[in-house]
Design a protein around this ligand. Structure first.
Ligand code: HXC
Length: 510
């Protein structure tokens, strides 16, 4: 009997050794942890249950039959984060560069299916060289199986990808279809085709970092939702994010004990908006002052900074915040901001997370660059996302709400549930200067007359009371009482029931 038990121990040790000490040391030398070390940091201590550690590839080509490593380049299973179940797969770069064989794909698909069936998030840790070149079409088919599960699970369970090393070819499309992508600075890069192929096809010299490092994806392309200093920080931040999220679309977001008084007043908010309408202020200050314990998990903090997206809690319950940031480009809605916020709104709605919107927006960004880049379609994404959302929606206009952007930012007419404004709100088709120059074009040469017209326009529109008198705003509230009013609004919406007409699916302007 003893020898049978020893055999199991031996086989387990062999699987746990992955690609061997030398390759693990090389992984550490690059500042990266091993696949198993990462799982240990991601999950609650001792909670990991591994599946398929004895799975091997079935290839007989290119001498592969001589090289079999149990586990075949990916560690899969489930465990808990703060006591709640999550499924996980972690690519093992020390085994064939984490490349994907058919057997490796089957391991991932198994946990993807289990996560969806059992209503738990799935987290993928990526550090891999793409398709297992020796396996050819079997590897490509394996990727397609994974992609299919990504799509079927979208909106059913949260899917999170963490890029912790190279990530090329097939390994970028699966993350691209998940809800959130995070990168580790300096060790992670992701691209469809690497620098060598770029050189061959278009004769361009480019480094891994310039092609697909975090500066590309977390700052410019918006492919990544955040970047962290190292593996440890990335994994602990993913734990923090998971704490905000429901396990599936069948569940409510978790309720967290809050020690922050829901009635708390913030007198400093009374003076947050400067008297000069052209002077910026930091909208993040408002978010941090109203959420529980100033705990805010920002999504895409370094991309399209003119709009802020992220999760916080109000009296213990998770809320998604979307807020124009007057500090960057005056909070204008451009292509990037519209895409970023639309995707976030859709995530929240898919999981029925209430959406709180803070509005200070001068309108959509004018100009040829934006129009040629399809601002119309991208701006419409945000409008579409807000309008179709049936999750509770609470809106507060702090200052400007001009033009189409007023409609887009969760206005009453696209089913905002509770819409507030501060007394400093200005709601109009456009700003006073542009408006009088259009409707009083004849007065353009007469500076005095134009100034009078502008003052008249401001007196009429640069306040929330016209909108409030028509019912487009439910109430004008004191800034200091914002937290209390939003908490109460959200409580009133707890049992909200609203559904859209039956359809196979909508056709959001992609
Ligand atoms: C098999 C691979 C591999 C792969 C790496 N290895 N990539 N084995 N298939 N795709 C192996 C190496 O042979 C090596 O084995 C070990 O992994 C480490 O690789 P190195 O090259 O030594 O590491 P490094 O210098 O850090 O470079 C990492 C890398 C590079 C940048 C990822 O390996 C690379 O460019 N790999 C190929 C990337 C690629 O083009 N993949 C195919 C994409 S196409 P030993 O035994 O020496 O340790 C694709 C199609 C799917 O994915 C499309 C679906 C839509």
């Amino acid at each position: 009997m003893q020898h049978i038990l020893e055999e199991l121990d031996k086989r387990r040790a062999q699987a746990r050794a992955g690609g061997g000490e030398r390759r693990i040391a090389s992984q550490h030398a690059k500042g990266k942890l091993s696949a198993r070390e990462r799982i240990d940091l991601l999950l609650d201590e001792q909670s990991f249950e591994e599946f398929d550690m004895f799975v091997e590839h079935r290839s007989h080509d290119f001498g592969m039959e001589e090289q079999r490593i149990p586990g075949d380049g990916v560690v899969t299973g489930w465990g808990t984060i703060s006591g709640r179940v999550v499924y996980v797969f972690s690519k093992d770069f020390t085994v064939f560069g984490g490349s994907l064989s058919k057997a490796h794909a089957e391991k991932i698909v198994k946990v993807q299916e289990m996560a969806a069936r059992n209503g738990a998030p799935i987290i993928g840790l990526f550090d891999a060289g793409g398709a297992r070149i020796q396996e050819g079409v079997d590897s490509l088919a394996g990727y397609a199986d994974i992609f299919l599960q990504n799509v079927l699970s979208s909106g059913v369970i949260p899917q999170i990808s963490v890029i912790m090393g190279p990530c090329a070819g097939g390994d970028v499309y699966s993350p691209a279809m998940t809800d959130f992508i995070f990168m580790v600075k300096d060790t992670a890069y992701m691209y469809v085709t690497g620098p060598d192929v770029v050189k061959t096809v278009i004769n361009e010299d480019v480094s891994h970092e310039d092609l697909g490092g975090y500066r590309v994806h977390a700052l410019k392309s918006g492919v990544a939702d955040g970047a962290f200093e190292n593996d440890l920080e990335a994994l602990s931040q993913v734990r923090r994010l998971v704490d905000f999220l429901p396990l599936s679309n069948r569940e409510k977001p978790p309720l967290r004990d809050s020690y922050d008084d829901p009635e708390r007043e913030e007198p400093s908010l009374d003076t947050l908006v400067p008297l000069n309408p052209n002077q910026p202020y930091d909208m993040k200050e408002l978010i941090l002052k109203v959420v529980d314990e100033a705990d805010f998990f920002e999504i895409s903090p370094d991309y399209a900074k003119n709009i802020i997206t992220g999760f916080g809690r109000m009296d213990g319950e998770t809320v998604g915040f979307v807020a124009n940031q007057p500090q960057v480009l005056a909070g204008v809605l451009d292509i990037d901001a519209s895409r970023k916020a639309a995707r976030f709104v859709r995530f929240c709605d898919a999981f029925n997370i209430p959406i709180v919107t803070f509005v200070d927006v001068p309108g959509f960004m004018p100009g040829t660059k934006q129009e040629q880049g399809a601002l119309i379609k991208h701006g419409a994404k945000l409008l579409f996302a807000y309008a179709e959302a049936t999750a509770p929606k609470v809106t507060l206009i702090t200052r400007k709400a001009y033009g189409g952007a007023f409609d887009v930012m969760s206005s009453k007419n696209i089913r905002g549930d509770v819409n507030y404004a501060w007394p400093t709100a200005e709601i109009a088709v456009m700003g006073p200067k542009q408006a009088v120059e259009i409707i009083f074009r004849a007065d353009i040469g007469d500076a005095k007359k134009l100034a009078e017209r502008e003052a008249e326009y401001k007196a009429h529109f640069a306040n929330p009371f016209v909108a409030a008198s028509r019912g487009y705003i439910d109430d004008v509230i004191m800034p200091r009482g914002t937290r209390r009013r939003i908490v109460r609004a959200l409580k009133s919406l707890k049992n909200k029931q609203l559904s859209n007409p039956w359809k196979k699916h909508d056709n959001i302007p992609l």
